[in-house]
Design a protein around this ligand. Sequence first.
Ligand SMILES: CC(C)(COP(=O)(O)OP(=O)(O)OC[C@H]1O[C@@H](n2cnc3c(N)ncnc32)[C@H](O)[C@@H]1OP(=O)(O)O)[C@@H](O)C(=O)NCCC(=O)NCCS
Length: 179
Amino acid sequence: MDQARAPGERREFETDRLLLRPWRVSDAPVQRELWTERDPRVPPHRRISPDGSPSLQELTDQIRRDTGNPFPGLLAAEQKSSGQVIGYCGLIPNSHGPAEEPELAFEFLRQVWCRGFATEASWTVLQQAKAAGYRRLWATVRDWNTPSRRVLAKLGFVETGRVEPDDVHGDSLFTMKTL
Ligand SMILES: CC(C)(COP(=O)(O)OP(=O)(O)OC[C@H]1O[C@@H](n2cnc3c(N)ncnc32)[C@H](O)[C@@H]1OP(=O)(O)O)[C@@H](O)C(=O)NCCC(=O)NCCS
């Protein structure tokens, strides 16, 4: 299948408690909050640098450039009860394998952890991925990231045995799910 669906394809999906939708420029502050909350073991290029990058402006620019590929892209997760964006979930390009088998990604604000939001959002993304024709999805996770490993296990991702060792930031485990 084409890894990117036609422009204009609907990228808005509802779960019980969430609206998954494309990012808006007004969401840049919550994106930055997610960056500031990241675990110190996360590699530096995914954390706020000492000089404050990415700035709100840089995140705004990234949102403007967002193409939604691979479909449905990374989607903001808006809590229906409050209208607040509390995280994101979606698909990103596979940096280690076939382009037609993208990676699942998710991140939520600490204040809403352990309430099932990542799992709920992911099920809907998996459903959409299957409908879009993807046959397999991947996810890489650091060995120390128990919450993420638990979410992936609940979703039926299995560890493939492939590991990218990293003594500084933690080994990356490669997991995979057949849709
Ligand atoms: C990973 C993450 C998205 C999970 O979000 P969430 O909405 O809390 O996930 P859920 O509530 O759906 O599930 C979390 C599970 O982890 C479990 N968990 C959380 N912390 C845990 C811990 N310290 N030890 C053991 N289990 C833990 C929860 O109990 C729950 O499992 P359960 O349903 O069996 O009880 C969230 O922790 C996060 O944003 N982390 C930072 C970003 C990140 O790591 N993204 C993934 C990169 S691979």
